[in-house]
Write a protein that binds this ligand. Structure first.
Ligand code: ADP
Ligand code: MG
Length: 583
């Protein structure tokens, strides 16, 4: 029998309910308001009283309205058809809607139940299987989508029968499994999973040991992110967080992309909703959307739906990871998620932490980031979820709680700086404050030595040293004036400008410059460092400035030219001539 209850109090979306039976934390319930049913989640239980957070507007709700508890948590529906979809935080399908908004009390089905999928069995009768083991496969777009033993299954099962190769919809039984007590259970191509619980079903979760190529030079060359790693991009409004994330989404070496768009304003989300499907995948020439799922929400959606969206996105990522795929999760911006947490905790009149965020904000963020990672599946193959979130600190203040908590949780830090954005030095990543802790992992260092070249990490350190030296020199020049410092200061400064203009700065809107594969990044860094290694004997700082401006100009042209094309080679010849004269 289902537990039921009556509404006793309403503060915006927070509703208190007197219950007649057991309810559990995070359980779902429905409140009947006239002829609509509003979905809500239990966020606090106290004796016969439950506090529930309604996922939509509570307009018209009154004391005494009846509530029915579901005895299950908020779940994601998983199965073929998730890719190319655009959902809200509750997995309502936004593409079937006119506009981005549903009517109140309207919930749509995330997956198409009629569509037929070409199924190929992988397991055979008699096989012993456990949760997450692969039973068969369908093609979703051009990706192999594994049909797995549902994650909720406990213990070992024996495959009793499995469907022959053929076309089936997601509700058709494709396998019958016998559990340890001899009972038969049917498996279809779809399953559900509570979004706030991490999907297990793998053998181990080792430390990341290789990098994920993004084509973005400030990331790959300077502070690489590991496959299965975590990173975050804090930055004030308009500094390029979204542009940088979209570049990573477009170019990143991943099989599946999940974009969790938590917009500040509705139009930003409508943008991703309309623009993303137009993007072409530079690796395959196909629509990027074919291997993407978008989860959208805007700040005018109710707080609980906003809070749920990042969990729904992560659950979908873990699902694809269990198929042995490389998944990239991008959340923009996680500050909106943290604000949703804050709104909820404030309405609950909980004792607030810093800036009125919940006291356990840091733990909530860390637990979320911890769901990313590379895993070794039961069959020995690997899958990964790489997670990069943006943070939009109010007024660009990096000491605020969300940035500080995220800094503890994420291992890469890409700080976007107002000052660089104002000077149009994009991507405006501050090269001195930013870091990747993966560079310190011996297994990553070894991987970089093999994949790029021996001594690569030393070259990266040297590059960072040049940037820091250049900054110090520039500070001195600004204080003492051009004539007040030795010539070597000017040279140091211009060498750092060379690194800045050629390696750090990258035009996200130029097809060639936007995507720099690793071999090209290696080539350019070697070239730039070979120039920085020279000890030029300039007569005066004006000569130094003219020389470096010319060199920078040529190297920038190279960045905009097809790698090793005739044009590229011509620029390189020009460069050699100038360098010969300069010495
Ligand atoms: P945010 O998400 O931080 O508010 P956006 O990503 O929307 O900022 O970027 C704001 C603007 O900055 C963009 O519209 C674009 O004009 C410029 N911009 C950001 N990054 C780049 C880049 N890598 N190359 C060129 N322009 C950029
Ligand atoms: Mg943005």
């Amino acid at each position: 029998m289902k537990t039921t209850g009556k509404v006793t109090g309403i503060v915006s979306n927070l509703v208190t309910v007197q219950v007649d039976g057991p309810v559990s934390q995070n359980e779902l319930c429905f409140i009947t308001v006239g002829d609509t049913r509003l979905m809500a989640e239990v966020i606090k239980v106290n004796g016969q009283n439950a506090a529930v957070q309604v996922f939509e507007s509570t307009r018209g709700l009154k004391n005494g309205d009846s509530v029915e508890f579901e005895d299950r948590m908020l779940e994601a529906t998983l199965g073929p058809g998730l890719l190319s979809s655009c959902y809200d935080g509750l997995q309502n399908d936004l593409t079937t809607m006119t506009g981005v908004f549903l009517k109140r009390g309207e919930y749509t089905d995330p997956l198409n139940h009629e569509k037929l999928w070409d199924f190929t069995p992988v397991a055979k009768p008699g096989d012993k299987v456990v949760a997450a083991d692969w039973l068969g496969e369908v093609k979703e777009g051009w990706l192999p989508h594994k049909i797995m033993v549902p994650f909720s299954f406990k213990g070992e099962y024996t495959v009793k029968s499995i469907a022959a190769a053929g076309q089936y919809n997601i509700d058709k039984t494709i396998a019958v499994l016998t559990d340890e007590s001899g009972e038969d259970v049917e498996v279809t191509m779809t399953q559900k999973w509570p979004v706030k619980v991490a999907i297990k079903g793998y053998k181990e979760k080792p430390r990341p040991n290789r990098i994920m190529e993004t084509g973005v030079r400030v990331i790959d060359t300077l502070d690489p992110i590991a496959e299965g790693g975590t990173g975050f991009i804090p930055g004030p409004f308009g500094c390029g967080k979204t542009v940088l994330q979209h570049a990573i989404a477009k170019q990143g070496d991943a099989d599946v992309i999940v974009m969790a768009a938590c917009g500040e304003r509705a139009n930003e989300v409508v943008e991703i909703f309309t623009e993303f499907p137009e993007l072409i995948d530079p690796h395959t020439g196909r629509h990027l959307m074919e291997r993407t799922t978008i989860i959208c929400n805007t700040s005018n959606m109710p707080v609980a739906a906003r809070e749920a969206s990042v969990y729904t996105a992560m659950t979908i990522c873990e699902y694809y990871r269990a198929m042995g795929l490389k998944v990239l999760l991008l959340a923009d911006s996680t500050s909106r998620w943290a604000q949703a947490l804050r709104e909820m905790s404030n309405r609950m009149e909980e004792l607030p932490g810093a800036d009125a965020f919940p006291v356990d904000l840091s733990a909530i963020i860390s637990n979320f980031y911890a769901r990313a990672g590379m895993v070794v599946l039961n069959n020995g193959q690997t899958g990964s979820v790489t997670f990069i979130g943006t943070v939009s600190p109010a007024g660009g203040n990096l000491k605020e709680p969300v940035t500080e908590s995220t800094k503890k949780a994420a291992r890469c830090f890409y700080a976007l700086e107002q000052n660089r954005a104002d000077k149009k030095r994009y991507p405006a990543v501050n090269p001195i404050d930013s870091y990747s802790k993966y560079l310190e992992y011996p297994e990553i260092q070894e991987h970089l030595a093999q994949r790029i070249r021996p001594g690569w990490v030393e070259m990266v350190e040297k590059t960072k040293f040049i940037i820091r030296k250049g900054k110090d020199a520039n500070d001195q020049i600004n204080i003492l004036g051009d004539d007040g410092v030795p010539m070597s200061y000017h040279e140091l400064f211009w060498k750092s400008e060379l690194v800045d203009f050629v390696i750090l700065q990258q035009d996200a809107f130029d097809q060639t410059d936007a995507l720099t594969p690793l071999d090209r990044q290696k080539y350019m860094l070697e070239l730039v460092l070979s120039i920085c290694d020279r000890d030029f004997k300039f007569d005066d700082y004006e000569q130094c400035r003219v020389f470096f401006k010319e060199v920078i100009n040529i190297l920038r042209q190279m960045n905009y030219s097809e790698f090793k094309s005739e044009k590229f080679n011509n620029y390189q010849e020009q460069l050699s001539k100038i360098l010969d004269n300069g010495n």
